[in-house]
Structure formats: C-alpha cells, structure tokens
Write a protein that binds this ligand. Structure first.
Ligand code: ATP
Ligand code: MN
Length: 465
C-alpha cells in the first residue's frame, strides 16, 4: 500500500468535488457485495455517516481468490481513484487499485447478513447491533443530543456539577434503589436485633446507587447559581415497559432564583434546542430513520419546535379527562397519579401538542416541592410529549425551612440535615427538573422502545455484557 492519508467516508462524500480525480485511502466494514463476472461492487461503511461508499473491483485486476474474504461484515482497507459514478444511487465511487483485508467475517456465522432484521432480534445480539444502519444512526443522534445538552447549558452559563452515583441518601423517593455492598451475602453480620449490621459494610452504613442527583444538585445551585447534572441513574422498579430502563441517563438542571414559570420556560427552550440541534446536525440519520421506520418523524420534530407547549394546571387536566367520554383502563379522579394513557390522551388527542401539566396534588409528588397557597397542590411541572408521555419531571422547590421540615417529619424521612442546611443558611427560591435522556433520544429517533436507544440496555432479567 502507498502512503496516502486515510479519509473518512463522511469527509469524502461531504466534499466529493475536492477528492474526485485523486487517489484516496479508505477503511471500513463491508455492508454488501454484488456484481457479475467482470466487476464487483462493495458498499463500504466506516461509521462516520449512514451513507456507504461504493468501491468498484475490476475482476481483471482482482481475482476471485483475492475478493473471497470481502464479505458482509469484513473489514477492509482500499486505495484507488475517486471518480464520478456511472451508476444510480451514488455520485462518486472508488475505482479500487489496492486491497488489504483486515478481518474476515465468516458468512456462515456473522449474524447480520440480510437487511431488515427485526429490532427484537437485534436486541438479542446487542453487542453487534451498532454495526447495523439503524443502530449506528441512533447512536450518532444520541451523541449529537448529548453534545447539544452540554452546549445548551454551557452557553447559558450553567456549570456541569457531578453528583455521586453511590449515595447514602434514600429520600428522593423517585424509585426503588439498587443496594451497593461488599458484605458477604452468604454470611451477613447481624446485630443483636437480628438485622444486618451495616457498620461492617464498606462505607460503614447502607449505600445504594442513585435514583436522582437532584438533592445534591440543589447544594450546587445554592452556591454556583445554575448547575446541571448529566449522568447515569439507577432504578430497581420492575417496570417492564417500553419507556423504562433500570439504568438510564438523566439531565438535571437546578437554578437558584428561578420560579416555576422560569423553570417551564427553560424546559421548553432546552428541549426545542436539542431537537433543532439534531435536525440540523443529524439530517442524514433522521432521513434514514424516517424512510425505514417512521415516515412522520421529521414533521413531528418540526412541529414540536414550531409550537408553544400548552401549560395547564393538573385540576384542569382532570376535568378534560373526565369530560372526554373516553373509557380509560385506569379511572380518572382528582388526586390520581396520571397513567400514560391519560397523559397521551391530553397530548395526542385533546391538545395535539406537548403539554406542561402543573400544580399536582401534593400527595402524589415528592416532599421537596413548593406548596401552593391552596395547601393542597404543589408547584410541580411535568412535560408530556406525544408518543412518550412524561419526558420531564420538575418543580419549584420548597424554600421555607419551616414548611419543608414539617413535610419531612410528616413523611418520617431521616438523615436529611445536610439537605435542610440549604434552607437553614441563606435559602432562596429555586427550581429544577429532570429529563430522561433516553426518552429524548426515543422521541428524536422515532423509535418505539427505550431498549433500542441505549447501547447496552439494562432491564429486569437482562444484564448482558
Ligand atoms: P415515570 O412516571 O415515567 O415512571 P417518574 O415520574 O418516575 O417517571 P422522575 O422521577 O420524575 O420520573 O424522573 C425524571 C425523568 O426521568 C422522567 O421524566 C423521565 O424522563 C425519566 N425517567 C424516569 N424513570 C425512568 C426510567 N426507569 N427509565 C428511563 N427514563 C426514566
Ligand atoms: Mn416524574
């Protein structure tokens, strides 16, 4: 092989006019190979774009023997001239002059032979699915969204604040926790009361994986002003739904001096920014997903960006649901924790727009939310999305020490002194929310199942790799 600098396929196809007529060096994985006894065409993909580069092998130059290893899934290195293509479907192609095979992929064994494998099948070989068009698209969009999250907050002057993944606080109440322990489960140290003696455990107390970084995030916000977290979150609830994972990534901004309206404005601006970013930077991938999985995807994304979200108090929402005349599986009444079918009715059938539902009954929301004057509802705000249901949950936080202590005592929460210190010393009005990152990726990719938008999904009875 000659010494030519390697070009990625994204770079080549994105700037074809610059490279046409020159010798190029490309590396990637073979998607397909077809042809006749004079010429063979290989579609090469290197992960940098959904598009493939056509490589043309003239059989006067390359023998069958040489091309034998060039099969779906094998990795190759090619040099040759980039020329304008004769055929349909691509504007340029490489006229192969040199070939090196890095690794073969036995066609009898490599599972990704044909196109159009079902998503269920791909989930069973999740370690190989990034090699498919579909999944590589989702992963590129996922990356772009993660970058957009950081860019949005950084440009607004928010600080990225790292909250712990291992926590001794179990008061978030957001969900069941996974315990972290180094105790020998076959031989647990017990106290006189017969209970496990956690003073012998690694941290000298019981510890778990975090279900939310919010409480610690509030400590950051009441010092730095505006912070956000972006990290993994763990919930041990047995929710076998297409919207729940046991390990997912959450973004939690927390802002000093923000009231509930500021919080809603930020949430709406933030989601719209992320979606616009993806539309602008992932156009090829979104077009691919639209063509193969979800025709209405681009329209749905644009629609969300272009329209104001409806802002509606929970009590009004309940009235609409009661008057809908619809037969819901779960009954509707004031005080009920809305089920996904209720949320989706409001969003998809009644308003046909994203809805921010506010002022929920205090009983169904977390202890730290600010109590309204009515004494019954709290300043919560859930953002509800078409196809997804709840994508964001947030609130203005109770800043009054007296009221918060009362609530903590009512609920019998202990070990909260460090948290209450935010209210003891220089308390301020503040607000924040949590966005489930995979639910955002789900929306932007148009996928149906949250297990298909994270490389290695964790859910009940599944912890592969
Ligand atoms: P849901 O009612 O949908 O179970 P939640 O009310 O328990 O969600 P919050 O505690 O408010 O969720 O968490 C904030 C956000 O995190 C949610 O709005 C959602 O986007 C996301 N989220 C919550 N639980 C999960 C999960 N198990 N898997 C993926 N994302 C989740
Ligand atoms: Mn919620």
């Amino acid at each position: 092989m000659k010494k030519i600098r390697r070009t990625t396929i994204a770079e080549l196809l994105g700037n074809a006019e610059k490279y046409v007529g020159t010798e190029v060096d490309v590396k990637g994985w073979v998607r397909t190979r077809r042809g006749n006894k004079h010429v063979q065409f290989v579609a090469l993909n290197d992960g940098t774009t959904i598009k493939t580069l056509q490589i043309v092998f003239d059989l006067e130059k390359f023998s069958d023997e040489q091309l034998k290893a060039v099969t779906t899934g094998s990795s190759i290195h090619v040099q040759g001239e980039l020329v304008a293509s004769q055929g349909k479907g691509q504007s340029v192609e490489v006229q192969a002059a040199e070939l090196e095979v890095y690794g073969t992929a036995n066609p009898e064994k490599f599972p990704l032979q044909k196109k159009g494998h079902s998503l269920e099948f791909l989930r069973e070989i999740a370690h190989l699915r990034p090699r498919t068009n579909y999944f590589s698209s989702v992963l590129r969009i996922r990356h772009a969204l993660a970058y957009a999250v950081h860019k949005f907050f950084n440009d607004k002057g928010f600080y990225y604040f790292h909250t712990p993944l291992i926590t001794a606080s179990d008061c978030e109440g957001a969900g069941a926790m996974f315990q972290v322990t180094t105790l020998n489960l076959e031989d647990l140290p017990k106290g006189e009361d017969g209970k496990v003696d956690y003073s012998a455990d690694f941290f000298g107390k019981q510890a778990s994986l975090t279900v939310s970084g919010q409480l610690e995030g509030e400590l950051g916000a009441t010092a730095l002003g505006c912070i956000y977290t972006f990290g993994p979150t763990f919930r041990a609830e047995n929710s076998n739904t297409p919207r729940h994972l046991s390990e997912f990534w959450m973004i939690e901004p927390e802002m000093a001096f923000y009231e509930i309206e500021d919080n809603m404005d930020l949430a709406e601006e933030f989601i719209k920014y992320c979606i616009s970013y993806a539309l602008e930077h992932c156009a090829d991938d979104i077009a691919f997903l639209a063509e193969h999985f979800d025709k209405e995807l681009p329209e749905r994304l644009k629609f969300v960006i272009e329209n104001d979200f409806v802002r509606l108090p929970y009590t009004e929402g309940i009235k609409i649901l009661e008057q809908s005349g619809k037969k819901f599986e779960f009954p509707v009444y004031w005080g009920v924790d809305l089920a996904s079918e209720h949320e989706r009715y409001l969003v998809e059938e009644h308003f046909k727009k994203p809805v921010i539902l506010t002022d929920y009954p205090k009983e169904i929301k977390a202890f730290y939310m600010k109590l309204n004057e009515d004494g019954k509802t709290v300043r919560a705000m859930d953002v509800l999305f078409p196809k997804i249901g709840e994508i964001i949950g947030g609130s203005q936080r109770e800043e009054s020490l007296e009221k918060l202590e009362k609530r903590v005592n009512e609920l019998g929460l202990t070990g909260m002194d460090w948290y209450l210190d935010t209210r003891r010393f220089g308390t301020v009005p503040h607000s924040g929310f949590g966005l489930g990152f995979e639910r955002l990726v789900l929306f932007v990719t148009g996928m149906q199942n949250i297990r298909d938008v994270i490389p290695f999904p964790r859910y009940p009875n599944n912890c592969e790799y």
